[in-house]
Design a protein around this ligand. Sequence first.
Ligand code: ADP
Ligand code: MG
Length: 316
Amino acid sequence: DEVSNLTVAVRIRPMNTRELACVGATDIVRVRDNELIIRTHPNTGAGMSMDHIFQYDHVFWSCDEASPICTTQEDVFMTIGKPLLNSAFRGYNACLFAYGQTGSGKSFSMMGKNMCEIVDIDSERYSGITPRFCRDLFERISCLDIGWVATVEELRDWLLLGNKNRATAATNMNEKSSRSHSIFSIELCLSEGLNQGNSSRSRVSLVDLAGSERLGNSHNSEEKIREGVCINKSLLTLGKVISALADQKKNQFVPYRDSVLTWLLRESLGGNSLTSMLATISPASTHLDETLATLRYACQARSIVNRARVNENPHD
Ligand code: ADP
Ligand code: MG
C-alpha cells in the first residue's frame, strides 16, 4: 500500500479588468515558496495590517504572464497532472479536483482558456490539465494495443462534447457553468507486459467542481433555487466528508452517500486513490472572504490520509 496525504496546490490568477478598475481593490496575496500570505488592511484604525499564512504542497503564482516566475499551464500540468498519469501506469487510481469560487480559474486550469474550443490539443499554450493529460496518455500508449477509444482525436471529441453540453446547459440557465460539476474519467487497463509483470486496472478522474461561493439571495427562478440548493448540498457534503476524513482519530462516520458527487469521489477521498486538490483564488481584496474560505478548506483537505493499492485486473 502507498499511504499518502492528499496533495494540495493553490493557484492565484491575475487580477481581471473588473478588479483592476475597482477603486480600493488591491492585490492581497504574497507567495514565499510553498507559503501563501494574505495581507489584510482594516478599513479603520491606524492602518495595522494582518497576515494570514497558509502552507501547501505547491503554490502556483500565475498573476503576471510577463514575469519569469509566473507558473504556466505547462508548469501546473508537470507538477500535479503528470504524476497522476504516472500513478495510473503503476496501477493506482488517481484523482484531481479543482475547487474555488466562480471566476477564480478552475476551468482555465482544468480545461484551458477557451474550454469549448480546444482545437489543437497538441500545441495550445493555454490548454489545461485535461487535454495535456490526454495528449501524454496517447503518447505513452500509441504503440500499444488500445481498447475502445482508438485515438487522441476520438478522446478529444468526447471532451469537446462534454464541454459543449455543459456550455449549452449553462446558457440555458443564463449563467456560466458555475453551477455544474464536470467529471472527466478514464479507465486504464494494462496487461502484464506493461506493469512490471502484473496486469492492472486504474481510474483517473479530473474534476472541475461547481463554484464554491455561498449562495446569495440573487436567485430569481424556482428552478435555479432548487439547483442551487442541490449543488450547494453536494459541496456541503464534500466539506463534511473532508472534515470527517481529516479527523481520522475520532473514527467518524464519513457521509459519502449523502450526495452523488461524494459517492462518485469516494474512492478518491480517504479511499484507494492518489488524490490532489487544486484550490484556485483571485488575488483581489474584494474577494477576501471567499478566498479565506477556500484556503481554509484546502488546508483541511491536506490532512486527509489515503491508502492507495495497485488494482489487479479481474479480467486476466
Ligand atoms: P472558474 O472556472 O473558476 O469559474 P475560469 O477558469 O472560467 O473560472 O476563469 C475566469 C476567468 O479568468 C477566465 O476569463 C479565465 O481565462 C481567466 N483566468 C483564470 N485563471 C487564469 C490564469 N491562471 N491566467 C490567466 N487568466 C486566467
Ligand atoms: Mg468554470
